[in-house]
Design a protein around this ligand. Sequence first.
Ligand code: AMP
Ligand code: ZN
Length: 510
Amino acid sequence: MQLKLHNTLTKRTEGFTPIDPDGRAVTFYSCGPTVYDFAHIGNFRAFLNADVLRRTLEVLGYKVNQVMNITDVGHMTDDAVADGGGEDKMEVAATRLAEAKKSGELPEGASVDPSDPMAVAEFYAAAFMEDSAALGMRIVDDAKRDPSLMPRPTQYIQEMIAMVETLIENNHAYVASDGVVYFSVQSFSAYGELSGNTVETLRSGEGGRVDMETQAVKRSPADFMLWKPDATHLMRWPSPWGEGYPGWHLECSVMANTLLGAEIDLHSGGEDNIFPHHECEIAQSRCATGCDAFSRYWFHTRFLLVDGTKMSKSKGNFYTLRDLFDKGATAAAVRLELIKTHYRSNANFTMQGLKDSQRQIDRWRRLKDWLTKHKDVAAHLHGPLVIAKEQFLGALCDDLNVAGAIGALNEAVNAYAIDAVPEGSGSSTLEFELKALLEMDQVLGVFDLDTLGGSGDLDVSKVDALIEARLTARDEKEWARADEIRDELLEMGVAIKDGPEGTTWSRIVQ
Ligand code: AMP
Ligand code: ZN
């Protein structure tokens, strides 16, 4: 089965073939968070879709070498425009935390020293690792083995200086009269290929603040900063252009080049990274390395919305994973909720959606427990789950159609609900069915999550057994015992409802 993937660069859905001559190894760079605050679940939608892509490649037999950066310097508040003006997000965070301390609203364990943005970065990077592990992102396991797979830009300053020097030597960059080193977009004819912006139509200030002084010294309004000398910036390093700091776009080009090579297979991010961030990465990387391509495939996740608006820090309409845990959600439900809509469509976040995801996982988990108990029972060689697995992989290979894959899985789960044990010919056992279910979870990644984070460590089989026991108690008119069981379930975070179709239950999500 070959994976077909929509490539933002070519705007086509293409068969995926890696650079590796043996066709097995895949190099994958994922733009990670800027650790100036807790990541919100919109950020995690982009990161988790990259994780689903990686897991799909792994199920298809590829060996994925993934790198995800953790940005700790140089991401400016005005980086949405090519100029990259404004203040460093890390420094803004340090000041914000100092204010929070005064008002007594400091997050537990956070540094408060406004002169120490690195400590702030450390605090939020640790929180990011914790949340990412809770959500089952495989890159975190990699980083435990090799921390350089989740690199920090502050560890690659010398390599960044070297790339800027190369770009200046090759006439792709210049030192302007304000002392800042800019990339010259006119020196690279392919600038704009990814985003569709052309140098002629680009106005770097579009949608953002235009710094007239900066515009006056640049050769072209779209030229962007590579190195900025600034003696007042808290995080600064010596360089041939004076003490200063690197541009955000440069950081990713350098880390990808250093850790994965001049040309890579895959590069991911959220849709807002297409321009200017990824457009600028392509320009820098290709001009510095001389390669015809930087990344062969570009994978971008659309925004997570709340009430039709992008979830973002600045709008205040966001949830962190921690917020949702406080409301009783489980990491598994959050993960499923964030991956179940196709990555090239917007997803709308609702608490109801989260509850539905939980219900779905509980059904899968119940079947998993049942199959584990009955795995030695004889059944068809090709049971519903073995068949579903092929359809599941087929849907994923079709540009990562997670919804289609889940649909195939659910059809098989429904077959069990009707028949209990699929009719057996005795030629095989249900162990194959269990195996197929667990293989599908290699991509969905929800079975092992609850124990890792969140408050929802719920034993679904125990819930079923208690409901059964309550029904027996009621049949025997032991009302006090039935009430006791109801209370026990409530304490586990489970509400039950008696209806014409029997007793149903749901997790209590506030
Ligand atoms: P930041 O930490 O601000 O650099 O953002 C980290 C990542 O989250 C970037 O790849 C963004 O594109 C992505 N992102 C930000 N907001 C959303 C959202 N509402 N939905 C999906 N991805 C987002
Ligand atoms: Zn990046």
